[in-house]
Design a protein around this ligand. Structure first.
Ligand code: FES
Length: 321
């Protein structure tokens, strides 16, 4: 739809000017028009240097502006193009009345869908599920029966292979992983070695790994042993379980200058001079200390353990028990 300039001016702009408060008067320009006397007037076809303007706007005798109706016409036409006037109606489906075939079909489909969602039609799956549940229930007495046949662990978890044995009257020999006996002369000051009880299965047993640490000269006097354990070292040597009391990793990193043992798993640190007391990280319990002694065989000194660890090894059984 097109609108002429004349229509726009008369029907839109003039009407708008007249509807203002106070209403504006619209006059056509003529020779001799006293513009200084005009107030709230719009002068049509006002002469300007570039030709007649659509409107000259006068307030208190002053020309406040020039209005070009063509701009307004352009804006109106653009708006019309953006928002077409025709109305579009989307038809709705006819309403389905109760009892009509469509309504019956839809109701039936809804019910079937609900039944399908319950899984009841999948009979084979249902039967298998029930069978599985029945089997699980049936295993309960079986587990109880098998459990009754198992032997209780008794005191076995309270000991390691360092426990005294009459075959070794001076104490359990302390050996390297290859079975060689450990002599005090083997380890340099500030060094350490992983050692084991020298009995059958001693190297492979999970609770066996032990850290034998030789302190640097002068560090031995700084040791603050726990109550009753001050005589458990031998000269500059101390021995602790290698199994971290936090989660059972091997705490095998030793900083000889700070005398700290580090567990790489969660960064727990144990102060060796304080009998491996935890000083950093998640571990809360000291590494168990092993009492050391020496026996002489063929003129050579070898380490022995005269008694078992007196504390639980690692966290597992003890944390649960
Ligand atoms: S196992 Fe040693 S810090 Fe966690």
């Amino acid at each position: 739809m097109t609108e002429s300039e004349w229509q726009t001016r008369k029907q839109r702009i003039d009407a708008r000017l007249r509807s203002m408060s106070p209403p504006w008067k619209i006059v056509r320009y003529r020779d001799g028009l006293d513009c200084a006397a005009l107030d709230c007037h719009a002068v049509e076809e006002l002469p300007t240097a570039t030709g007649p303007a659509d409107y000259g706007i006068f307030v208190n005798g002053l020309l406040l502006g020039i209005m070009l109706a063509a701009l307004g016409i352009g804006a109106i036409l653009w708006a019309k193009w953006l928002m077409p006037e025709e109305e579009l109606v989307q038809e709705r489906h006819d309403e389905v009345q109760p009892g009509e075939p469509e309504e019956q079909i839809m109701t039936g489909a809804t019910l079937l869908s609900g039944v399908n969602d319950t899984g009841l039609p999948r009979r084979s799956l249902l039967v298998r599920t029930l069978g599985l549940a029945g089997g699980a229930v049936a295993t309960v007495p079986l587990v109880a029966l098998v459990g009754a046949l198992l032997k209780k662990p008794g005191k076995i978890l309270f000991h390691t292979l360092y426990r005294p044995d009459s075959k070794y009257p001076n104490g359990i020999p302390i050996v390297y992983s290859d079975g060689r006996r450990v002599s005090p002369n083997d380890i340099e000051a500030g060094g350490l070695a992983t050692v084991f009880p020298g009995v059958p299965g001693g190297v492979k047993d999970a609770s066996s790994p032990t850290l034998l640490i030789r302190l640097r000269p002068g560090q031995g006097t700084l040791v603050k042993a726990r109550k009753g354990q001050s005589s458990w070292g031998w000269e500059d040597y101390l021995a602790f379980s290698k199994i971290c009391t936090h989660a059972g990793c091997p705490a095998s990193l030793y900083e000889q200058q700070t005398t700290r043992l580090l567990c790489p798993c969660h960064q727990s640190q144990f102060e060796v001079l304080k009998d491996a007391k935890p000083v950093f990280g998640p571990a809360t319990r000291s590494l168990p200390k092993l009492k050391l002694a020496v026996e002489v065989v063929d003129g050579v000194q070898y380490f022995v353990a005269p008694q078992d660890f007196q504390e639980p090894i690692g966290p597992g059984f003890w944390e649960r028990g």
